[in-house]
Write a protein that binds this ligand. Structure first.
Ligand code: CS2
Length: 482
């Protein structure tokens, strides 16, 4: 039994005024963006308190509300040690389905100069293969017909509409999701929706709004009940909503914020260690392909091989060699790193981060939402390799691993709890197809994921890779690549 827990709450009554609304207050942003903002305020001041918004469910709000929205960030070091940091920058959490009006009112408050987002790849209601807003998405259909929205684009546009009508400047929209040119993507979604509602609003957003792109990086595994108990044992207080993270963090931000707010348009993120740049593209390719691309490759193939976590997967010498080969042979040649970046050293640091035994980052967690992740993490790299005449058998095997994973049965015939917006459709396609060739063809026909041209290019190599997985099992199929 842990010690009688002391009341867990704020260290001080003094708080900065609100300056940011965050849509999608999950573990990642609490372990990442909130800490950067809190550090920026500690160093350089400014009214940058954060109002969190949950777009789906009340769970996070319910836990945080019990402890005045304060929580612990637990850094898990490779030597097994843990360091604890109390984070106090979040000042309130709203639950959109309970009270969308309160969310819009918060976003329309002129004191709010930035809206940040971590709504995951599927939260932008876009078509992953093209980037266009999906007007057939049920939430977009709803948001076109109702002033109180459901979707992230809907909240952005309706709040901007209120600000425009009240004569206030727009807020800067700062997305923190793992998507290429993520600022342009969320800007396009907002403008596509605004143009349908009110073309003059779209013109105003296009002229006065800002949607800078960012690259975000911090491995943040899900918190388990035993983590909460361990923290209570170690600290003497009970925090119901701690977040776990690795020591590493990197935030690269395009320095393009709403000019109407002048020097008060953003917190001093550079003082907190963020890199403020004019173009984030080289950093984003490096991270999405080198980290997220191998994360997803290891997640599907590692899960099928029976590995529970990334650390466990790269501890397997077959997968250790596989991931290093992926970086060397198929990913690094596919892009130009940012100036001054030692890309070999970056790969070596990634391998050390993956190997951190204290981070139990489940392959199952990373495998989620593959239909929304594959295009920017793996397919773009394949397309660039093919255009350059380079074969990429490792990435083709990763695609085949995803196809085998979404079939819903593992290599022991046990069910896989596939989490994906298209999970049912993918399972039905796989089940309805008889042979491996037919299964691959059926899944390559999913245009939300594979363009027709890329599907044609992938057909033969992915079919061969899929057959290898079915015949040898994932681990041996990986071994064949080496
Ligand atoms: C992971 C990412 O769950 C996933 O898809 O690949 O959350 C990854 O941990 C972060 O992007 C690391 O910065």
């Amino acid at each position: 039994m842990h010690a009688d827990p002391q009341k867990f709450g704020r260290s001080t009554a003094a708080q900065p005024g609100p300056g940011i609304v965050h849509l999608g207050l999950g573990a990642f942003f609490r372990a990442f963006g909130a800490i950067y903002v809190e550090d920026a305020v500690r160093i350089s001041g400014g009214d940058w308190g954060i109002i969190g918004v949950s777009l789906q469910s009340p769970g996070t709000r319910d836990k945080l509300a019990q402890q005045d929205f304060v929580y612990t960030a637990v850094t898990q070091n490779p030597d097994g040690g843990e360091t604890f940091r109390k984070v106090e920058i979040v000042q309130d959490v709203l639950v959109a389905p309970e009270n969308p009006e309160a969310v819009l009112a918060a976003m329309a408050n002129p004191a709010i100069r930035i809206v940040t987002l971590t709504v995951t790849e599927k939260g932008y209601c876009h078509d992953p293969a093209t980037g266009a807003l999906n007007f057939a998405h049920p939430d977009i259909i709803h948001d076109l017909e109702h002033a109180l929205p459901r979707s992230a684009p809907g909240f952005l546009v309706r709040a901007l509409q209120r600000r425009r009508d009240a004569g206030y400047p727009p807020f800067t929209v700062l997305t923190c999701d793992n998507l290429p040119e993520n600022g342009k993507l969320v800007g396009r979604a907002a403008l596509d929706l605004a143009r349908k509602l009110d073309p003059s609003l779209a013109d105003w957003i296009a002229s006065e709004g800002r949607f800078p792109s960012t690259m975000v990086d911090r491995i943040t595994p899900a918190t388990k009940p035993e983590d909460i108990d361990r923290l209570a044992q170690k600290t003497g207080y009970r925090d119901e909503a701690p977040v776990l993270c690795e020591p590493f963090r990197q935030w690269v931000v395009e320095d393009d914020f709403v000019p109407a707010y002048g020097a008060d348009a953003r917190p001093d993120l550079a003082a907190a260690g963020a890199e403020m740049v004019s173009d984030v593209t080289p950093y984003e390719n490096m991270k999405l392909r080198m980290l997220n691309g191998t994360h997803s490759s290891l997640a599907y193939l590692g899960y099928l091989a029976g590995h529970e976590s990334i650390a466990e997967t790269v501890a397997d010498p077959v997968f250790a060699s596989f991931v290093k080969r992926l970086w060397r042979e198929e990913i690094i040649p596919s892009f130009t790193p940012a100036e001054g970046v030692d890309i070999e050293a970056y790969a070596g640091a990634l391998y050390e981060r993956y190997s951190n035994p204290a981070i139990r980052h489940r392959t199952w967690q990373i495998a989620m939402d593959g239909s929304q992740k594959l295009p920017q993490r793996i397919l773009a790299t394949i397309a660039d390799n093919l255009a350059a005449g380079r074969k990429c058998p490792g990435l083709m095997l990763a695609v085949a691993g995803w196809m085998r994973y979404v079939s819903g049965l593992d290599e022991k015939g046990q069910p896989i709890d596939v989490k994906d917006p298209l999970a049912q459709h993918l399972r039905e396609l796989s089940d309805a197809a008889g042979t491996p060739e037919q299964k691959v063809a059926a899944l390559l026909s999913v245009r939300e994921v594979f363009s027709a041209g890329l599907a044609a290019d992938l057909s033969a190599p992915v079919t061969e890779a899929y057959g290898s997985i079915c015949e040898l099992g994932a681990r041996k199929a990986v071994g064949e690549i080496l």
